[in-house]
Ligand binder design. Structure first.
Ligand code: ADP
Ligand code: MG
Length: 242
């Protein structure tokens, strides 16, 4: 299996705070890796390093064949291959759903407007929002906006999707809609790294679970580690949650 993400001994500091203390992590093609851990353990920072939204202080990162640590990495190729979705949807409020989705395919991938529309139709169908193409973000529920944000990433035809607590701002029903979309991507074989608090979802979907604690990969394994944690920190974290 080919490696899509490889982090080797990655360190990241914010001022005096040592946030990632030598993280190593591999994600193979088609794998779904759930990253869990307490707030402040470094999950978002680790994910952001994979898209070079943070620049590391040490270690090596290779994502989709691009070495993104070291001298002059090819960021435009990296961003074309990697989709990232955050808790906040970050849609452009003054653009329709269709315009939000076609923006990058037209300007970055240089698709014609017609081609970009076809792509938009396909990804909107994938997230179940074909009927919302002309709506503005404010006319949509949080769950729908998040699905548009996912569709917008998919429109770039990424090899890897990164999700950072994409359901944290949503109520349970809307959370379900978004998780269903992610499950659909799993069925299609998308390689994914999901930072999530949804333990049942991680248990069901993830091939591998990575538990972060105080800036380190503290425990890692199949989703069975959620039922049979080895370290006391993971035991405490999962509690009686599953
Ligand atoms: P998690 O996603 O697990 O909650 P984060 O990666 O967001 O954790 O944060 C880890 C630590 O790094 C936290 O203590 C946070 O305050 C700090 N941190 C994150 N981003 C920044 C930043 N841009 N500047 C300063 N400190 C940051
Ligand atoms: Mg976070």
């Amino acid at each position: 299996m080919s490696l899509v993400v490889e982090l080797k001994e990655v360190h990241k500091r914010f001022g005096a705070q040592h946030v990632l203390k030598g993280i190593s992590l591999s994600v193979h093609k088609g794998e779904i890796v759930a990253v869990i851990g307490q707030s402040g353990s470094g999950k978002s920072t680790a994910l952001r390093c994979m898209d070079r939204l943070e620049i590391v202080d040490g270690g090596e990162i290779t994502v989709c064949g691009h070495k993104i640590t070291g001298e002059s990495p090819d960021l435009s190729s990296l961003r074309r291959d990697v989709g990232i979705v955050f808790q906040s949807y970050n849609l452009f409020p003054h653009l329709t759903v269709l315009q939000n989705i076609t923006l990058a395919p037209v300007h970055v991938k240089k698709l014609s407007r017609h081609e970009a529309r076809e792509v938009a139709d396909r990804v909107l169908a994938q997230v179940g929002l074909e009927d919302k193409r002309d709506a503005y973000p404010e006319q949509l529920s949080g769950g729908q906006q998040q699905r548009v944000a996912i569709a917008r990433s998919l429109a770039m035809d990424p090899q890897l999707m990164l999700f950072d607590e994409v359901t944290s701002a949503l109520d349970p029903q809307l959370t379900g809609e978004v998780l269903k979309v992610i499950e659909g991507l799993a069925v299609k074989g998308m390689t994914m790294v999901l930072v999530t608090h949804e333990m049942a979802f991680a248990y069901k979907l993830a091939n591998r679970v990575v538990f972060m604690h105080q800036g380190q990969v503290w425990e890692e394994g199949t989703s069975q580690i959620l039922k049979n944690p080895v370290t006391k920190e993971l035991q405490e974290f999962v509690g009686n949650g599953l």
